[in-house]
Design a protein around this ligand. Sequence first.
Ligand code: KIV
Length: 281
Amino acid sequence: MSLFRLSPHNLIKKKWQDKIIGLTAYDYISAKIAQESKVDFILIGDSASMIMLGYPDTYPITLEEMLIFCQAVARGAPETLRIGDMPFLSYQVSIEKAIYNAGLMLKKGRCHGVKIEGGSEVIPVISALVKAGIPVMAHLGLTPQRSLELGGLRVQGKDLESAEAILTSALALEEAGAFAIVLECIPAPLAKLITEKVKIPTIGIGAGPYTDGQILVFHDVVGLFSELRPKFVKNYLKGYELFKSAIDSFIEEVKTGKFPEVQHQYSMEEKIIEELKKKYD
Ligand code: KIV
C-alpha cells in the first residue's frame, strides 16, 4: 500500500470526482468490514466513549483509550485512510500539548490524520498541527464535545448569526490548512453553501445531501446502538435484534441439549476412555 494512497490530501481530489464515504470504526472486526466495503476513510470517533465504553457522552474518553481503539482499527484496516478523533481535553490545554497528543495519534495510533472539533477558537491549534505535519480534519456545527455549552445535542446554524459563524469558521479552517470538514447536524441549505464556498471536501452527518461526502457511525448503520437516535441516523440492519436473537437461540439450544451437535465435538479412541474409566473406578 503506497503512503500516497493513504494520504488525507488524496481525499481533496475526490471532492470534484465522486461522493466520499466515511464510516466510524473502533475495533478490529468493524474496521475489517469497513475496509472490505472500500470506504474512503475510517474515523476512529470519540463516539467510542458511548458506543464502546458505555459513557453517556464524549467527555470522559481519554487519549489512552482512543489510542487502543486506533491501534485495533489499524490492524483491521491497514490499507484504509484512518483519522483519529482528538478527545476532549487533548488539544485545549496548550498548543504544545495538542501537537504532542495529535502526534501520538499518528505515532502510536497509526492514524494518518486527526479530527478536531470547533470553529474559529481552534484555528491556532489547527495551524500549529498542520505546520507540524499533522493532517487535520475539522468538525463544525453540532460539536458534541461542546454539548454542555450548546445546551444539548441539537441542530446548529438555523439563525443568521449562527449560520454565518459556521460559514466563516469553515472558510477560516480551510485557510488554516484543514484537509476536510465534517459538518454535523446543520440545515441542508447551509451545508450546500459551505460546500460550494470551500475547496476542501465537506463530509456531512445530519447535514443533508449536498455535502461532498457522508459519514455515519458503524453501529448506527448496522442498528447496534439504540441509546441515541438522532433524526439523521439510518439503520440498514436490525443488528441489535439479530444479535440478541442469536444469543437467545444459543441459550435455548444449550438448555434443550440441541447444542453442541456431533460436528461441534472432538472424538477419541474408545479404548483410551475405557482405560481411564477403569483406572478411576
Ligand atoms: O465521533 C464521531 O463518531 C464523530 C462523527 C459523528 C463524525 O465525530
